[in-house]
Ligand binder design. Structure first.
Ligand SMILES: Cc1cc2nc3c(=O)[nH]c(=O)nc-3n(C[C@H](O)[C@H](O)[C@H](O)COP(=O)(O)O)c2cc1C
Length: 337
């Protein structure tokens, strides 16, 4: 076998640059995943996006039974983002398996099912049933849901409840398990540590930040639900801070989410310690955002002759002194900053 001793030759062959990552047992060709609820079940975007080029697809949140979600209006555009109160509308696991899964099973991309329930036993039953399905790469547990028995407190806002639900799911599944964390907490490190202790293979964060908007003319809330979840560029600095904190608090991999619109945003998350990223609201603005981010990351590696994306992950420099200058701009690089 020939060894590549000439670093210049890699520059002419973008394929020599490794974008592949492994996150808690999920093997991905690049670190770019779709965020739950913003990419449907994949098929809706198949005419616009080559789904096989994505790192991973996380489908819309699934519950055991179908859910109609909240009444409209359920979304509103805000400065630098959007509020949504979709209320986790979905067809339920059975219809998903019948109608959506067969298409997803034809893809070469890891498929992760995002699940939610209002009681621990609903999460457990979902995990048990998913365990037997073909072609599922992992489960993402959305713990931002209110626990009915605990009086509506979200599982993900209390370290003890977060521990219990993740542990209960862990006991029922051998699939890679990602715990998706809520940002609506005072101490994200404590929640991240509890789900790690409960057996999660990775954490993903952040989900949306609770917010609201008012129509001054009518003095009515703009969302029928009154409050909703804020997403998009407006939340990126908060998300980045929380991902950085979580990455320092746990040994399991962290997936960064929140306001990622282009490859530069994705790089920021990787630099603070995320091993992969999820792209959400950007899909509504530009359905091809995910693939442009993949190409932007590749372009960054090529431009700077960094042969492996893992060299970027957690490379934040906080010490005093000069930093090496790397170029991030090149032709085909997504984003204008
Ligand atoms: C319309 C919409 C629907 C969403 N549905 C879900 C969902 O079903 N499950 C979930 O865990 N997160 C859901 N999210 C949260 C996103 O997956 C993501 O965590 C959040 O939007 C932050 O990322 P972003 O700023 O890139 O959108 C939803 C977000 C939006 C905007």
């Amino acid at each position: 076998m020939m060894c590549n001793l000439n670093p210049q030759s890699a520059i002419h062959n973008p394929q020599s640059y490794n974008l592949a990552v492994e996150v808690g047992g999920i093997f991905m060709k690049n670190p770019v995943m779709t965020a739950s609820g913003t990419f449907g079940y994949g098929q809706e975007l198949a005419s616009l996006v080559d789904l096989n080029r994505l790192g991973g697809i996380i489908v819309k949140g699934l519950s055991l039974k179908p859910s109609a979600g909240n009444p409209p209006p359920r979304t509103v555009e805000t400065c630098g983002g959007m509020l949504n109160a979709i209320g986790l509308e979905n067809p339920g696991l059975e219809a998903f398996v019948q109608e959506k899964l067969p298409f997803l099973q034809t893809l070469e991309t890891p498929i992760v099912l995002n699940i939610y329930g209002h009681e621990t036993k609903a999460y457990v039953e979902l995990a048990e049933r998913i365990q037997d399905l073909e072609g599922i790469a992992g489960i993402e547990v959305n713990i931002s849901c209110p626990n009915v028995k605990a009086g509506g407190i979200a599982f993900g806002t209390d370290p003890k409840m977060a521990f219990e639900v993740v542990k209960a799911v862990r006991e029922k599944t051998g699939l890679p398990l990602i715990a998706k964390l809520s940002p609506n907490v005072a101490d994200i490190k404590a929640i991240a540590r509890s789900v790690e202790e409960a057996g999660a293979d990775a954490v993903s964060l952040i989900n949306t930040i609770t917010g609201m908007a008012v129509d001054v003319a009518t003095r009515r809330p703009k969302l029928a639900n009154i409050t909703g979840g804020l997403s998009g560029p407006a939340i990126k600095p908060i998300a980045l801070r929380m991902v950085w904190e979580a990455a320092q608090a746990v040994r399991i991999p962290v997936i960064g989410i929140g306001g990622i619109m282009d490859a530069l945003d994705a790089l920021e998350f990787l630099i603070v310690g995320a091993r992969a990223v999820q792209v959400g609201t950007a899909n509504f603005v530009n359905p091809r955002a995910t693939l442009e981010i993949v190409e932007g990351l590749r372009s960054y590696l090529v431009k700077n002759n960094i042969t492996d994306i893992s060299n970027i992950i957690g490379s934040l420099r906080t010490e005093q002194g000069a930093s090496p200058q790397v170029e991030y701009w090149s032709d085909g690089f997504a984003g204008k900053k």
